[in-house]
Design a protein around this ligand. Sequence first.
Ligand code: NAG
Ligand code: NAG
Ligand code: NAG
Ligand code: NAG
Ligand code: CA
Length: 490
Amino acid sequence: MVAIHRFIITFSVLLLLSYILCESPEEAKKKRALLIKKHLKRLKKVNGAIKLVGGRGEFEGNVEILHEGSWGAICDDEWDINEAKIICKQLEYPPSDVQPTANSYFGPARRRYWMDNVYCDGTEEEISLCRFDGWGQNDCTSTEAAGVICAEPEESQEQKDIDHKISMMKLPANLKIRLRGGRIATEGRVEIQNNGGKWEVICGDGWSLLEALVVCKSLSLGYASDAMQTDFFGGNLTDKSLGGIKCFGNETSLSHCLYNEHVTGKCTSQDVAALSCTQTMSDLVIDHIDLMRTAHLEDKQMFFLQCAMEENCVASTAYEIQKENDAWHLETRRLLRFTARIFNAGNADFRPAIPKHLWEWHMCHMHYHSMEVFATFDIYNNKGERVAEGHKASFCLEDNQCLPGVQPKYACANYGDQGISVNCSDIYKYTVDCQWVDISDLDPGKYSLKVAVNPEFKVPEMSFENNAAVCDFYYSETYGSVTNCTVQRP
Ligand SMILES: *[C@@H]1O[C@H](CO)[C@@H](O)[C@H](O)[C@H]1NC(C)=O
Ligand SMILES: *[C@@H]1O[C@H](CO)[C@@H](O)[C@H](O)[C@H]1NC(C)=O
Ligand SMILES: *[C@@H]1O[C@H](CO)[C@@H](O)[C@H](O)[C@H]1NC(C)=O
Ligand SMILES: *[C@@H]1O[C@H](CO)[C@@H](O)[C@H](O)[C@H]1NC(C)=O
Ligand SMILES: [Ca+2]
């Protein structure tokens, strides 16, 4: 807004000047256009300005934002199409055909992270106006840079030849794979060999736990405990090194995955794909039966939702109402509530990715959050568009219920150790604050509800194929029902 005001003032002053100096209308117009252009350019250099780095052209790359005079990266936690659209809009690209990228798709983050857990509702003019954790606050490593691919406007001829879609290619059918350079046999850089050729390393851009899991499984080394982009284990990248490899995680061989032609050969030399494997691993499973059984609607006065609002658990319209309406606390929100029961079916405890001393104390709910994005609750329409989200659920992990003979170990109270033991469940009852999707803005109709744990695959697991429940959600004015849930990949 400030920028726009400044712009209008400058514009009026320019009009006045041209009038006083009595130039010919044409000349004045030209000058004015030039000055406006300069002014806009200058505006772009102020705090909140963004640029894309590491891509094939200006239209794509990891996002960097200017704050306090220095550029910084944005972390990919919670990064999706909503945020990508704001970035492209801010850079004056059309809002269609936008793709978000994660896991440092355009190379490792080169600078500090300025933003993490960015959440835009779509109306913001620039990314710095979206909600996020606060400048510089983050828990991210250099392999978590967020990026976008924007579509250029039609008129621009410059980059006509470049296909703006990520062009994914099949990997060779009988690729051989090995690990090298590790301190132990279960870690190291990943090397591939095609058709008896030279062993080569691969470029780590976009390399995540999903790809690492496929490699560990195919080498009979168990499951991936870490996916790295590093030259710590040696390896020389070439201008032919394959990059941007994408797996679902359920493949039996890397050969079944795809790679990105455009990232191939564009890797920085430190950015070698590496991993470590382990035989013991946790495996979270969402209980879709309990979800169906417990789902129901509740209308709640905003007076009782103040804590929830602090933790971003309501839809963005609630914040508008709070701003505009003095009696906001008397307004109500309609919530779809349900129980999320998460069972650890693996052979190792599930532990938070962040060490204890970095856990966040949440005053409102009076406990520590050990994991920022533990679960997501989303509602989609029949076109597959997300129409409501429960936003992030940062949980405090503990053993609420265990199979017979298993002793609960983790408890949140008193700064206790957090986690979920093997054969125990962490249960978020529908009565718990924030355990809902705010559907106040939803029209009656048929939708699908997706509840997913560890949805961004940031914490290693045996399998991600059982982390989400996808259900039919039928909503009338007065009634909501969740039926027909299936367990799938987030
Ligand atoms: C990488 O290159 C360096 C220097 O050219 C060479 O000494 C080293 O052996 C190479 N490493 C591998 C794994 O090829
Ligand atoms: C792996 O998951 C993807 C996406 O969920 C699915 O399309 C594919 O059929 C699965 N492949 C196997 C081998 O299960
Ligand atoms: C967990 O339960 C399964 C099935 O009941 C059992 O086979 C396994 O030994 C249990 N593991 C632990 C660590 O209790
Ligand atoms: C449940 O979902 C499946 C596909 O996901 C669909 O074919 C089936 O008709 C649904 N059943 C009901 C009762 O809605
Ligand atoms: Ca799982």
